[in-house]
Design a protein around this ligand. Structure first.
Ligand SMILES: NC(=O)c1ccc[n+]([C@@H]2O[C@H](COP(=O)([O-])OP(=O)(O)OC[C@H]3O[C@@H](n4cnc5c(N)ncnc54)[C@H](O)[C@@H]3O)[C@@H](O)[C@H]2O)c1
Length: 334
């Protein structure tokens, strides 16, 4: 349990995107540690609609919520009538995770409408309810700026990254205009851990490579993957960041990573060690231009303002993750 002053017992907590990866982990965290809290999930779940890239338009899945005993509202953040279902409830905390989380959706209109327009509604709701608002921003706001990525040096390179960048700017304006509000944005780096399976092709490489290995194949990596480094962060540390952010001394946007970048080759090596097999690695040419070669969160501000301290190394995270990776092998996605 995260050691914090905040008690969420008897508080009313809204988690948008609660049927997704990070949102469902937050929901179970509160359910387990604050049994007297009232938790409400708002998520559109998955329809069968896809974007032009072939991926589903939303990844929320009921299977992420089996065992969750709080309230669930199925609704779309783009639909005012659905949002009105939240109007009657006064929230103490809002964790806003719902978004098009797929970084490869290039339809700018739908990404901006979903991620940005709806944000105004949640900011207004937080203002009226006097609620603490913690929302998901992203490391994608940095594009391929050099490491370490630092707040204030963003340069998004896709519509998704831009939508989160726009959210950060809107949140900053609200903080300036309404200094009594508590608004914290968290720029998650590469999150991995239980709950992400239903993100399918957009899930982390940790589970995708794990499943290749469990299916008896050599894991497939881009050539030069020992030199492609990312800041991978385990879901428990991301939950910790959300909890601690509620006590941030200052509003603002903060990085949530480990600050310790690791290579894709490291992931494969750790997975094969944990799964006790060695299929080697199959390399293929990286088809992407403008591919990020190195990410590393500068987490000094997160440490300073809300005592964020990532605790789980890649080795420990993968070890904790293995049972879920095994459990989800060949589970149908629908
Ligand atoms: N997982 C990561 O590595 C990562 C990194 C950076 C930022 N983020 C951000 O964190 C948040 C959570 O990400 P995640 O990994 O859990 O993704 P996810 O796709 O599993 O969760 C997003 C949830 O939002 C829901 N949703 C999507 N569109 C919606 C709509 N129009 N109305 C209502 N609900 C809708 C989905 O059904 C899903 O349950 C997102 O905002 C994402 O952009 C995630």
């Amino acid at each position: 349990m995260v050691n914090t002053q905040a008690s969420f017992n008897k508080k009313t907590i809204l988690i948008t995107g609660g049927a997704g990866f990070i949102g469902s982990n937050l929901a179970f965290y509160f359910q387990e540690h604050y049994p007297d809290s009232k938790i409400i999930i708002f998520d559109c779940f998955r329809s069968e609609a896809t974007f032009s890239n072939g991926n589903l338009q939303s990844f929320g899945h009921y299977k992420n919520l089996i065992g969750f005993t709080g309230d669930i509202i199925c609704g779309n953040i783009n639909n005012p009538e659905d949002l009105a279902l939240l109007s009657e409830t006064k929230f103490d905390y809002i964790f806003h995770q719902a978004a098009i989380s797929d970084t490869r959706v290039y339809d700018q209109e739908i990404v901006m409408k979903t991620n940005v327009n709806s944000f105004y509604w949640f900011l207004e709701k937080a203002k009226n309810d006097n609620a603490t608002l913690i929302y998901a921003s992203s490391a994608a706001t940095y594009g391929s700026t050099p490491s370490p990525q630092k707040i204030g040096f963003e340069n998004p390179e896709n519509p998704y990254g831009y939508s989160k960048y726009a959210m950060d700017q809107i949140a900053t304006k609200y903080s300036d205009q309404y200094p009594d509000m508590k608004i914290v944005g968290l720029k998650f780096f590469n999150v991995y851990g239980p709950g992400e399976y239903f993100k399918d092709k957009t899930s982390s490489m940790v589970i995708q490579l794990g499943h290749q290995i469990l299916n008896g194949y050599a894991p497939r990596l881009f050539e030069g993957s020992d030199k492609i480094l990312r800041d991978f962060i385990y879901i428990e540390d991301v939950v910790q960041a959300n909890i601690r952010a509620c006590e941030s001394t200052n509003n603002g946007v903060y990085n949530v990573g480990t600050g310790k970048p690791r290579s894709f080759q490291d992931i494969v090596d750790i997975l094969q060690k944990e799964l006790r097999c060695d299929y080697g690695t199959e390399y293929f040419k990286n088809p992407y231009t403008g591919y990020q070669m190195h990410t590393q969160a500068d987490i000094s501000l997160s440490e300073q303002n809300f005592n964020f301290k990532p605790e789980i190394s890649l080795e420990e995270g993968i070890k904790k993750y293995i049972p879920y990776i095994r459990e989800m092998l060949n589970v149908p996605l629908n």
